[in-house]
Design a protein around this ligand. Structure first.
Ligand code: GLA
Ligand code: ZN
Length: 663
C-alpha cells in the first residue's frame, strides 16, 4: 500500500447481491480501497455445529478483490449464533448481579467457556486456511470490541487458576489481599469467589470491600479475553504466518487493560466515537494512548462515523468539515488507515440510523457522501507522505489501568476524583501549549523524554520510582500529583510517608488530606496567578521542595499546594490538589518552557499543530478564521502549493494544512 487506507466496515450479507454493484460503483467514486468484512457473520458461516458455509463470504471477498479493494477480514466471533447459545447455555455470561443471560445482543460470550473457546478458534482456523495467502486480505480483525465481564462459575474457577499462577501459595494470596481484615482468610482455593454484587460489592463495580480482589478480577478478566484473542490468533497462524492480526480497541476503555494486550497485537486499531460535545483534545489524547500501546508505531483508525452515531440517547450530526478534520487529526497522530463504521446503512435493527457512507437511498449526491469522496481524493493525493512514520514527542504522560481501577475503587479520600479527568487535564495543558505528548504505560523506557507527567499515579509498581528519579537526575522534569504513590501493586498502602517511593524525588511529605464536596474550592495562589483547587486537598510538608503556590483558605491556608524540588540536574513538581485548568496549564506551561517545548502556534485559538514524519499538520478546530506564518519552507500536500518560510497561512474553521518539509 502506498497511501493511507480508506474504507470501513462493510456488511453486504445484510442486503441483496444486486445492491453490491451499486456499493462498489459508489466506493470507486469515494476512493474507497479497504473493506472490513465479516465482523458479525458467525451465524452465516456456521449455520449449525456441524456445518460451515463460506459461500456468501467467498462472494463478498472475491467481489471486493475483483474490484481491487483490500480486505481486513474479521473472524466474526464478536456475536455468537443463537443455536450455539441454545445448545451450550454456558457460552452466555453471568452478570454482576449473578443472572445467567440467555441468547441476545452481542459481545456476550463467556471468555472461560470451553465451547466458545473451541468454536471461536475453529472459526478463525477455517477462515485462515481458506483465505491465507489471498492477495486481497491485508489484515485479520479478531472478534470485535472485547469488553464487559462475566461472573459465572467457569470464570470463577478460571480466576482461581489465574490466582494460583500469580501467588503460588494461599499464604501469599492472603497476604496480598490483606484478608486478615474482616475475617477473610482463605484456607482453600475453592473458597475464593468472583467479586460481584453477590460477594464483595455493593452499589456497583467500584464499591468493594476488598480492592485487591476487585483489581485482580479485572486483571484476570483482561487476561481471559486476551486468551480468547490469542486462541483465534494462534489458529490463524497455523495457516497464515504473516498477515498482521489486530482487534479494535475502544480508547480509554476502563474494563480492559489494553497494555496487557500490547505484545499480542501486530498493530493497534481503535474505534473513535468521541462524546461530541467535548474538546478535540479528547481525541488527540486517545490517539496518543492507542499509539502508546503499539510502542509508537502507526495504528489504524478502525471505525468512526462519517456523520452520526445511533447508540446514544441523542446523536448529534458531525458538522460539515468535521469528519474530514477529525480524519486528518487521526492521521496526524499516527493513523495509517481511516476507516468508517459503516460503509452502507443496514435497513433494520439498532443501527439502521447509524451514519454510513452510503445511506438507504444509495445516493452519491448527499453532503456526507460528497465529503467522504473529497477526503478520499485528498488521501490519494497525499499518498505515502506520512505512511509508516512516527509522531515525535518529548513529553510522556503515564497512563495506568491499575491506578485507574485502584483509585476509583478506593474508599477514601473521595469518590469524586475521576482518574481520566486528572490525566486529561494534564494532557490538555500539553496539547494547548502545542507540545506533542506520548501517552504511555508505566513500563515504558523513559530515557527519551524531557518531561514525564504522572498524574494521580495511585499505584506505584516495580522500579518506576527509580526510573522517574533517573529522569530528573539527568536533567528532565517529572510532574506528579495528589493521590500518587499511595499503594503497591496489591493495593496496600506503603508503610512510609505519602507519596511513598516518590517522596525522595518530590521532596515533600503528606500527613493529612482533606476531601470536600463538588463545588467547594480552595483558592490556589501562584503570586501572579490565582486559580482554584477542588476535590482533594493534601496538606504538604516540604522536605527540600520549594513552594510554588499556596492554598488560600481553611486551616491550611498559606501551606503549599504546588511544589518544585531540585533533583540531580532536573526537577520534580508536586501538585497537591485538583487544580482547575488554568492552574494545570500554568504548572505544565512552566515545565514545558524550562525545556523549550512550547509549540510555535500555542495560543492560536483552536489551532492544533502536530508533527508526523516530515509533515507538520495544522488542524483548525476553532470557530474563527486564523492566520499564522509558515514555520519553514514547505509544500502543502493537499493543494500542492509551495510555501516559503514566513508566508501567511490562512485557515478557516475546519481547515487543515499538511506542510511537508523539503527532504
Ligand atoms: C462499535 C462496533 C460497531 C458498531 C459501532 C456503532 O464500534 O464495533 O460494530 O456497532 O460501534 O457506533
Ligand atoms: Zn464466564
Amino acid at each position: 500500500m502506498t497511501k493511507i487506507r480508506y474504507g470501513g466496515d462493510y456488511n453486504p450479507e445484510q442486503w441483496p447481491a444486486e445492491v453490491w454493484d451499486d456499493d462498489h460503483r459508489l466506493f470507486d467514486l469515494a476512493g474507497i480501497d479497504t473493506l472490513t468484512v465479516g465482523v458479525f457473520t458467525w451465524a452465516l458461516t456456521q449455520p449449525n455445529e456441524d456445518t460451515y458455509d463460506f459461500t456468501t463470504l467467498d462472494r463478498i471477498v472475491e467481489r471486493a478483490a475483483a474490484e481491487g479493494r483490500a480486505i481486513c477480514l474479521a473472524t466474526g466471533t464478536g456475536a455468537h449464533p443463537a443455536w450455539l447459545a441454545r445448545a451450550h447455555p454456558e457460552v452466555t455470561r453471568v452478570d454482576f448481579e449473578g443472572r445467567r443471560h440467555r441468547f441476545g445482543q452481542r459481545h456476550n460470550s463467556c471468555p472461560s467457556s470451553p465451547v466458545f473457546r473451541r468454536l471461536s478458534a475453529e472459526m478463525a482456523r477455517r477462515l485462515a486456511s481458506r483465505f491465507a495467502g489471498h492477495p486481497a486480505v491485508v489484515a485479520w480483525h479478531v472478534g470485535n470490541e472485547y469488553g464487559g465481564a462475566c461472573y459465572c462459575d467457569r470464570c470463577t474457577a478460571a480466576f482461581r487458576v489465574w490466582l494460583r499462577e500469580r501467588y503460588t501459595t494461599l499464604e501469599q494470596l492472603n497476604a496480598a489481599w490483606y484478608t486478615t481484615f474482616w475475617s477473610h482468610t482463605f484456607t482453600s482455593w475453592d473458597e475464593i469467589e468472583a467479586p460481584s454484587m453477590l460477594t464483595e460489592h455493593w452499589r456497583d463495580a467500584e464499591h468493594t470491600a476488598f480492592q485487591a480482589i476487585t483489581i485482580d478480577y479485572r486483571r484476570f478478566m483482561s487476561d481471559a479475553m486476551l486468551a480468547n484473542f490469542r486462541d483465534e490468533k494462534a489458529a490463524i497462524r497455523e495457516s497464515d504466518p504473516d498477515t498482521p492480526v489486530t482487534t479494535n480497541f475502544m480508547g480509554a476503555y476502563q474494563p480492559i487493560d489494553y497494555h496487557r494486550w500490547a505484545a499480542d497485537l501486530d498493530f493497534v486499531s481503535w474505534d473513535n466515537y468521541p462524546p461530541d460535545d467535548e474538546h478535540p483534545e479528547w481525541m488527540a489524547f486517545t490517539h496518543a494512548l492507542m499509539r502508546g500501546i503499539g510502542g509508537g508505531r502507526p495504528f489504524w483508525l478502525m471505525e468512526q462515523t462519517p456523520s452520526t452515531t445511533a447508540c446514544r440517547d441523542v446523536n448529534p450530526l458531525k458538522r460539515p468539515g468535521v469528519m474530514r478534520l477529525w480524519s486528518w487529526q487521526a492521521v496526524a497522530h499516527g493513523a495509517d488507515a481511516v476507516l468508517f463504521f459503516q460503509m452502507r446503512a443496514g435497513r433494520g435493527a439498532s443501527e439502521k440510523y447509524h451514519g454510513a457512507v452510503i445511506g438507504h437511498a444509495g445516493r452519491a449526491d448527499t453532503r456526507v457522501f460528497r465529503e467522504v469522496a473529497q477526503l478520499g481524493a485528498e488521501l490519494d493525493r497525499v499518498g505515502d507522505a506520512v505512511l509508516g512514520t512516527r509522531v515525535p514527542a518529548r513529553v510522556a504522560i503515564l497512563f495506568d489501568w491499575d491506578s485507574w481501577w485502584a483509585l476509583e475503587a478506593s474508599d477514601g479520600p473521595s469518590r469524586l476524583v475521576r482518574y481520566q479527568n486528572i490525566v486529561r487535564a494534564h494532557h490538555r495543558a500539553v496539547w494547548s501549549a502545542g507540545a506533542g505528548a506520548d501517552v504511555v504505560p508505566v513500563t515504558t523506557d523513559l530515557s527519551a523524554y524531557d518531561v514525564v507527567i504522572a498524574p494521580a499515579l495511585f499505584m506505584l509498581k516495580g522500579d518506576l520510582a527509580a526510573r522517574l528519579e533517573e529522569v530528573a537526575r539527568r536533567g528532565g522534569t517529572v510532574l506528579t500529583t495528589f493521590l500518587s504513590g499511595r499503594v503497591d501493586e496489591n493495593d496496600q498502602a506503603f508503610l512510609a510517608d505519602v507519596p511513598g517511593p516518590l517522596g525522595e524525588l518530590t521532596g515533600v511529605r503528606v500527613d493529612e488530606w482533606d476531601a470536600r464536596p463538588a463545588g467547594v474550592v480552595n483558592p490556589v495562589d501562584f503570586g501572579d496567578l490565582r486559580c482554584e483547587g477542588s476535590l482533594v486537598f493534601e496538606i504538604v510538608i516540604p522536605r527540600g521542595a520549594r513552594t510554588v503556590a499556596t492554598y488560600g483558605a481553611d486551616f491550611y491556608a498559606g501551606t503549599p499546594a504546588v511544589t518544585r524540588n531540585t533533583y540531580g540536574q532536573g526537577e520534580a513538581w508536586y501538585v497537591a490538589t485538583a487544580l482547575d485548568q488554568a492552574g494545570v496549564d500554568r504548572v505544565v506551561g512552566q515545565i514545558l518552557d524550562r525545556h523549550g517545548l512550547r509549540g510555535p502556534y500555542a495560543g492560536v485559538p483552536g489551532l492544533e499543530a502536530t508533527d508526523r514524519g516530515p509533515v507538520t499538520f495544522l488542524l483548525h478546530h476553532g470557530s474563527e478564521p486564523v492566520e499564522v506564518s509558515a514555520p519553514a519552507d514547505a509544500t502543502e500536500l493537499i493543494t500542492g502549493v509551495r510555501i516559503t518560510r514566513g508566508d501567511p497561512i490562512r485557515l478557516a474553521p475546519g481547515d487543515v494544512a499538511l506542510l511537508s518539509r523539503p527532504t
